[in-house]
Design a protein around this ligand. Sequence first.
Ligand SMILES: [Zn+2]
Ligand SMILES: [Zn+2]
Length: 337
Amino acid sequence: MKTAVIRETGKPVEIEEREEPKAGVGEVVIEQKFTGICYRDVLTRDGFFPRLSLPIVPGHEVSGIIREVGEGVEYFKKGDRVSSLIYVPCGHCENCISGNENLCQYKKTLGENLDGAYSKYVRISERSLVKVPDGVPEELSTIAACVTGMVIHALDTCGNIKEGKRVLITGAGGGVGAHAIQIAKAYGAEVMAVTSSEWKKEQLYKLGADHVISSGEGFSKKVKEIWNEGAHIALENTGDATFSEAFRSLSFGGRMVVVGNLKPASPGLPLGILILKGNSIFGSISSTRYDLERALNMSARGKIHAVVSNEIKIEDVNEAFENIKAKKNLGRVFIKF
Ligand SMILES: [Zn+2]
Ligand SMILES: [Zn+2]
């Protein structure tokens, strides 16, 4: 099977012919129709993750049909349709047993310490899996862990989203933002989308945004013109480029939830505002199996639609990375096997 491999960071991803994997103890082999290309994969290739084990198969958005079941697998059988977390939790630490496995300090991440999703067949521990309910389109089961489940964790678990809350979403035209708009609307929130790409604005309204504004200097003023009291939640998808203005857009008691950091940097934080307005800042990492289930159920009920930019062949992955960096896509780019 054709497999994408990072041998050296900063160099193009290589395409190799590899044997299909065999399921080890407690593991299954999944046949995928798609995997998503995540900005994190681009950062991985570019060398932003120092603990990367090389060579490595990148990618971490796994779903499909179980084709082989290893020894000791208890809860899954051949033919089950499943979706996977982007990591394998240890299953035993304090965070794992309290349902916060996204915070497992011993977890191994696909595409970083474990071979990832950029091949048709993927080997994975059953500890990472949930069954996919009927009625979920394949693209949505693929992004249930890294995109929609992650957003549910950020907006609900960290942001305490409720009906009628005002939610600001930066990087709204990206793969995460485009789905976050829909999820916030499904919770009954009022949504303001922030984008740096003028051409994406109309589409963001179509996805359900109540307001769409341009990022760029001083955009918090624009937010306050529309929402006098500011945003209850700011979902920060880009990082340094928008962090300060998103933070200044918060209401008294408002929460900032940071999920994206496209250009690793340390934005300044006005501590006076943090104290006076009683704001909170959350880092939200990935999703738990509970989030994954919530995302899949929301998908099955038609509350979320996959925003597909385009589907590519695995041979074209380097070109796809460059297009993503140049912000040429609205929504997710998928590799089709
Ligand atoms: Zn991802
Ligand atoms: Zn653990």
